[in-house]
Design a binder for this molecule. Structure first.
Ligand code: C2E
Ligand code: MG
Ligand code: MG
Length: 640
């Protein structure tokens, strides 16, 4: 038979390009990567021997027979091996490989072992083997030849079953890539059976494998293109590998604190350059370890076989770190925290990632200390969080939510407004800390339920007590940043208010500055609710970093100055100027203002002098239960 090797040669050239790309890239040491590398080289090997076998075929009669046997055995053996490797690779794309024990892994090798043995003994088995040569050294199929197809078909089918079984946990890209591989190789197998001279099997393998490489194994999947260090996706396989080898390690996490401020001050492009410079500092300083970009402004260095981090070693690292990093033409001082997460006493990658997740969420809130050892402390925090989470769910399910009202007065001490504040109670947990519970509800997707329950209670309270007759400027209801990102927020609030016929001029929504991040969605909600007559207050102004432009762009009725600014102003003269400036600015642009956290006569006098319109704080009253509020309102003479 005359074989057509042209397809094989072109595919080999193409596959070699893939191999070069693969060899040059940063790799994640993991099972998945080992199987992929083995598969790639096995495919190159089979293509080369396919070509060699086809080329020597016409000259076989003049060659020693053992050479022809060896070439064909190597070719067919490598094709069979690639079937097994593909199944193993597919299993590492899912959890299937990790969940199999040694025995099961060995079982999956049996079809290959059987075919490999048949191939090895084929020169002895002659017609009873997989192939043989006639007296004129002409290649012929033996009785066992079909086992080649059966074995490959078995592995393809098994891979399909694995994918199907884990389809819910797999991304569409992974599913599509594996199905493309299987359908290409299956089509080629059929063509090869019908037209053996075409030699399309190895070609199909090469093309399908290249597709897998470019879609699933290309560097952008595990390397951050901006900083050229590993990205977050590289972490789970790195951890798995270390846990599999039972190696101890420490992950040092470097959150760049207050980076938002830097981006704000020097622009995103310069901010990016600073991030790149910080990543190159890590690469320079820890060349032997895995440097990672775990999130936008959180980096990590994974150090296997190092001494477990201690607070002392973390302080040393912190001290050795430069303070300034470079953007194009300027240097920026970075506030970098270091968190050490040791692998000791952690049982698996999932637990390690859960600890890390906690560390990162602390970083997001920018409440991290400069150095932190994520050991027992973090674990007990995780347990506390879990308990709070359960208590929150129970409170939301069992009507454990109450609304308290904090009075707001003007500078003449007249009651002019109220702020509705949620209070959550669970019989098992006791009272839940408000701020933490609200933040947790934002994170675990329960803030809408919480917000709706609060609004129902406030509207019912207004209706039942005819609060519109009290002559108040507003009753403020807090809306969280996460609520403001939900497309249905305005409609749902309008529906609830309509249910209780709440006068829109009485109800105001308080939005914190962080909500102004999703400005377009927020703008839509505000337009819709303002059109219905509701007011908006900008809450916590002056906390963290203030963005004055929000006041101009969004239709706020009033601005609430954060209590921290007032308290700091009492201690620090520069903050006092700032407070004065803010109060003047709000007056000049004609916006009402409320200052939170007024606790003393001295603060009251200061704010009166600065012309702040309304005051809220313990000086007047703590948040009150509805019953206590009714008594308070009566005592103030607002309600008879
Ligand atoms: P916020 O909206 O800025 O509410 C003001 C907070 O400051 C309240 O804390 C109030 O009790 C406290 N406060 C007021 N004056 C003083 C004072 O003179 N001294 C001190 N030490 N504290 C004072 P609270 O009730 O713990 O609420 C904390 C935060 O939780 C609120 O800050 C708000 O962001 C959030 N929150 C409360 N209720 C709700 C709610 O129904 N929905 C949403 N989304 N968030 C809520
Ligand atoms: Mg508020
Ligand atoms: Mg506030």
């Amino acid at each position: 038979m005359t074989y057509t090797i042209d397809f094989c040669v072109i595919s080999l050239a193409f596959l070699m390009v893939t191999v070069i790309f693969y060899l040059r890239q940063m790799k994640v040491p993991s099972r998945r990567n080992s199987f992929f590398a083995a598969l790639l080289f096995c495919c190159v090997f089979s293509l080369v021997f396919d070509i060699v076998a086809a080329v020597i075929d016409p000259y076989a009669y003049s060659m020693p027979l053992w050479i022809v046997y060896v070439v064909n055995i190597l070719f067919l053996g490598s094709v069979q091996l690639s079937g097994l490797l593909f199944l193993l690779y597919t299993m590492t794309l899912t959890d299937a490989y990790a969940s199999m024990d040694k025995q099961q892994r060995r079982l999956s090798c049996i079809p290959f072992a059987f075919t490999a043995l048949a191939l090895l003994f084929t020169p002895l088995l002659k017609q009873n083997g997989i192939f043989y040569f006639t007296d004129g050294h002409v290649y012929q199929h033996g009785i066992l030849h079909l086992t080649l197809y059966v074995t490959i078909a078995f592995y393809m089918f098994a891979a399909l079953v694995v994918m199907f079984h884990h389809r819910k946990a797999l991304s569409k890209t992974k599913l599509l890539a594996v199905i493309s591989f299987l359908s290409t190789t299956f089509a080629a197998m059929l063509v090869q059976m019908l037209h053996p001279y075409l030699l399309v099997n190895s070609m199909a393998n090469a093309l399908a494998l290249s597709l897998i490489y470019y879609v699933l194994e290309a560097p952008s999947n595990h390397v951050d293109t901006m900083t050229e260090i590993y990205n977050r996706a590289a972490l789970p396989p790195l951890l798995q590998d270390l846990f599999d080898q039972k190696r101890r390690f420490t992950l040092f996490v470097f959150p760049l604190r207050s980076f938002r401020l830097i981006n704000h001050a020097i622009g995103m492009r310069n901010g990016d350059s600073v991030i790149v410079d910080f990543a190159s500092y890590l690469k320079r300083t820890y060349p032997k370890y895995y440097c990672l970009r775990l999130a936008g402004t959180v980096f990590g260095v994974l150090m296997p076989e190092c001494e477990p981090a201690t607070l002392e070693s973390l302080w040393n690292m912190h001290g050795a770190m430069p303070h300034e990093f470079k953007a194009d033409k300027l240097c920026v001082e970075l506030d970098v925290a270091i968190v050490g997460v040791n692998s000791e006493n952690v049982k698996d990658p999932e637990e390690f990632l859960a600890i890390l997740e906690n560390v990162l969420s602390l970083g997001r809130e920018e409440r991290l200390p400069a150095v932190l050892l994520a050991d027992a402390d973090i674990r007990s925090r995780m347990q506390e969080r879990k308990a709070l989470e359960l208590a929150l769910l129970r409170a939301l399910d069992n009507d454990g939510l109450q609304v308290y009202y904090q009075p707001i007065h003007n500078c003449d001490k007249k009651l002019v407004a109220l702020e509705a504040l949620v209070r959550l109670y669970d019989p098992e947990y006791g009272p839940l800390p408000t701020q933490e519970a609200v933040e947790l509800a934002e994170e675990n997707g329960n803030i809408d339920r919480l917000g709706q329950q609060v609004l129902h209670k406030v509207c019912r309270f207004i209706q039942e007590n005819k609060a519109e007759a009290w002559g108040l400027d507003h009753i403020g209801v807090n809306l969280s940043a996460v609520q403001c990102m939900q497309p249905g927020l305005a409609d749902s609030n309008l529906r609830i208010c309509a249910q209780y016929v709440t006068p829109s001029s009485l109800l105001a929504f308080e939005i914190t500055e962080t909500a102004t991040g999703s400005i377009d969605m927020l703008h839509l909600h505000m337009e819709c609710l303002c059109a219905a007559g509701f007011f908006f207050l900008l809450d916590d102004f002056g906390k963290g970093y203030a963005n004055i432009s929000h006041i101009a762009y969004l239709p706020f009725h009033c601005v609430k100055i954060d209590k921290a600014l007032l308290w700091e102003a009492m201690e620090d003269e520069s903050k006092l100027f700032l407070l004065h400036g803010v109060a003047d600015l709000l007056q000049e642009i004609g916006l009402k203002s409320v200052c939170e956290g007024v606790e003393t006569q001295e603060q009251l006098a200061l704010l009166r002098e600065y012309g702040v319109s309304m005051l809220q704080g313990y000086y007047f009253s703590k948040p009150l239960s509805p019953e206590a509020l009714l008594a308070y309102v009566q005592a103030q003479g607002v309600r008879s």
